[in-house]
Design a protein around this ligand. Sequence first.
Ligand SMILES: Nc1nc2c(ncn2[C@@H]2O[C@H](COP(=O)(O)OP(=O)(O)OP(=O)(O)O)[C@@H](O)[C@H]2O)c(=O)[nH]1
Ligand SMILES: [Zn+2]
Length: 187
Amino acid sequence: MIDKEKIQAAIRLFIEGIGEDPNREGLQETPERVAEMCEEIFAGIGQDSHSVIKVLKSEKYDEIVLLKDIPFYSMCEHHLLPFSGVSHVAYIPQGNRVTGISKLARVVNIEARRPQVQERLTTDIAESIMKALKPKGVLVIIEAEHLCMTMRGIKKPGTKVLTSVVRGIFRDNPATRAEVMALIKGH
Ligand SMILES: Nc1nc2c(ncn2[C@@H]2O[C@H](COP(=O)(O)OP(=O)(O)OP(=O)(O)O)[C@@H](O)[C@H]2O)c(=O)[nH]1
Ligand SMILES: [Zn+2]
C-alpha cells in the first residue's frame, strides 16, 4: 500500500535537499502531485500478476500466440529514473489453456509498475505466465531505453537494452523459436 503522507514528507525534504524552496508557488503542490503519481506508477507493488490470467475455457488453440510491441514504463530501482520501451510476449498453450490477450499486457503492467531492473522484469513476466497457464513454452523480449544511461552518467542516448527469457518449447526447439522470432521481426 502506498503511504501518500510519507511520500509527501519525503518530497518536501527532497526539494529542500536539492536547495529549492518547497514553499515557492510552483512547488507548493508538488509533494501531493508526486504522491498521486506514485499511486499510479508503483501500482504493481504487492500485486500477484499471475492472478489476473484467466483461462478461456471455450477456446481450442495450441499454436503460437504473440503480443508484439506492448509499450511499458518502469522505474529503474538504482536511480529511480524511468526506463521504457516495448515488450513482446509469446506463448504456446497446453491443453487449450488460452487466456484473454489483454491479460498478457496486464501482466506486463503489473510487473513494470514497481522499482525494477530489466532482467527481473523480463523473468517475472515469463514466470507469471508459466505459473498461471502452464503452457508448452513462453518467450518474453524487452527492448528498452534507460534514462539513467541517457540523461546522466555515461550519457548514451539511443542505446537500447534487449533482454529475453525463453522457457519450455521455445528453448528446446530451435524451429519453434525461429518461428516466433520471425513473427516478432515482422516476416
Ligand atoms: N543490469 C541492469 N543494470 C541496470 C539497470 N538499470 C540500471 N542499471 C545499472 O545499474 C548500475 C548501478 O551502478 P552503480 O555503480 O551502483 O551506480 P552509478 O555510480 O550511478 O553508475 P553509472 O550509471 O555507471 O554512473 C549502473 O551500471 C546502471 O547502468 C537494469 O535494468 N539492469
Ligand atoms: Zn538506473
